[in-house]
Design a protein. Structure first.
Length: 250
């Protein structure tokens, strides 16, 4: 049996790799959980969409011990880490489903959910699939519940600010990489070298193929699409120069 510490090390390694791209990652998670607690109370039932290694759910259960979480993803490597870290916690259920499949929600345990959360994931979906997903979520969240999506949502109206932020970010990344911080490609090479993850990494490569940049939309686009999908209100709960957290009340 693999020691849980092994998977916790991979979880921390994943978090650090993600922070290389998103130095304010923990801040957006904090605001996300602030909103979940404010809207739903201390014991919400939360769906963690494209949960990966379970980073958000791990923080949710630590902050709100009476909460329960359902994680959904289809990446076998990241889900292996999530299962190793959270799999023995009775408050957590892990589900395999492809969000691009219109029938993905059939794999979930019965709803509704008090909240749905996701971070740096939905930009991988084409616009039509994302709009369809918003409609699915409107049917999964109870009235008065909340959907929170933290993702790349650059504002095209501020090109000079975007350019300045990009230059600062690239300078920081170069310094940190020289200090040994792993980027996306290096992290996956390290994961593939772990005998306990090699098979799962090969399987995820067959699913996803090569890495791509995805399709980003401004925060206002997300808010408008969510209102069209049936949410009562939607707006920005947090933002940096390039990223935003959009909250939508069902």
């Amino acid at each position: 049996m693999v020691d849980r510490h092994h998977w916790e090390q991979w979880q921390r390694s994943w978090d650090r790799q993600q922070e290389w791209y998103l130095p304010d990652r923990e801040e957006r998670f904090r605001v996300m959980l602030d909103v979940v607690e404010a809207v739903t109370g201390p014991a919400p039932r939360v769906l963690d969409l494209a949960c990966g290694t379970g980073s958000i759910t791990e923080r949710l259960l630590a902050r709100l011990p009476a909460a329960t979480g359902v994680g959904v993803d289809q990446d076998p490597a990241l889900m292996t880490i999530a299962r190793g870290v959270l799999g023995e916690d009775e408050r957590f259920t892990l589900v395999t489903a492809d969000l691009k499949d219109p029938r993905w929600a059939e794999a979930l345990p019965p709803g509704p959910f008090d909240a749905v959360v996701t971070a740096t994931a939905l930009h991988w979906l084409p616009a039509d699939a994302l709009v369809r997903l918003f409609g699915d979520l409107a049917g999964l969240i109870r009235p008065g519940g909340v959907f929170l999506n933290a993702d790349h949502m650059p504002d095209p109206a501020v090109p000079l600010l975007n350019t300045a932020e990009r230059a600062l970010r690239h300078g920081r990344q170069e310094r940190e990489k020289a200090e040994g911080v792993l980027d996306w490609e290096s992290w996956w090479l390290a994961a593939a070298a772990d005998p306990l993850l090699a098979e799962q990494v090969a399987a995820r490569n067959r699913i996803y193929g090569s890495h791509a940049d995805g399709e980003s939309h401004p925060a206002g686009w997300h808010a408008e699409r969510l209102r069209e999908a049936g949410f009562a209100e939607a707006g920005v709960a947090w933002r940096s120069v390039t990223d935003a957290l959009v909250a939508a009340i069902r």
